[in-house]
Design a protein around this ligand. Sequence first.
Ligand code: ADP
Ligand code: C5P
Length: 244
Amino acid sequence: AQFLSSPRSLSSSLLADSIKQPFVIGVSGGTASGKTTVCDMIIQQLHDHRVVLVNQDSFYRGLTAEESERAHEYNFDHPDAFDTEQMLECVEKLKQGNSVHLPIYDFKNHRRCSESFRQVNASDVIILEGILVFHDQRVRDLMNMKIFVDTDADVRLARRIRRDTVERGRDVNSVLEQYAKFVKPAFDDFVLPSKKYADVIIPRGGDNHVAIDLIVQHIRTKLGQHDLCKIYPNVYVIQSTFQI
Ligand code: ADP
Ligand code: C5P
């Protein structure tokens, strides 16, 4: 009994402490795989909880006017295109229960809107979404659950052409050139290798309602433990002794 109680009660109190923090979910996958769509579906189903979405896109480094003129030569799919230190700092602050100001990125002009920010408040769930959110180990370590949205490359390219021409001010030729020169090679070098860190892989993105229902059920279970822990901290610790 002695060897059972001391190490286990220590790990259960650590567990109790860790689940008092917001539940952090990472959602990664290739461009136009449906990451944002999946996040929106999760947020919709969790309407009775406080959920915030943080987009890795917000942390794109802004280009100078000179770089902007030659944007077709810039690799927006390389990890160095993002200010990962700033993203890490923001997610850490949110995880500690603080509110943060997130930059707003302008895809048409390849720069951050200098005059406006998005204020994000403390919440029960933080979703961090982006093509390279699994790349940096320090960012991965903040996540309680990692989801990879796995959609065929031809479907993604078709969606990207439509989206970038309609919403991001591009022409078809520039989208295809950028895809061949930067997007596809970076997907193969950085995004696809990070799939191995995922806990859950969702084939077909937002079309996969079964996967999204299962994910939401899991989050609800974790949030239920969180609430129980807040109301009956001692009861939870005793209970978790037997669960671990
Ligand atoms: P990501 O965040 O991975 O770039 P989005 O969720 O923004 O992907 O989707 C990219 C584009 O594809 C958007 O224009 C979106 O409306 C469209 N899209 C996403 N999922 C689907 C789907 N299941 N069926 C049809 N179009 C979709
Ligand atoms: O929404 P999605 O995950 O597709 O956003 C990431 C993509 O945005 C990257 O593949 C990158 O090529 C593209 N991007 C762009 N122009 C920018 C910044 C990012 O085309 N200025």
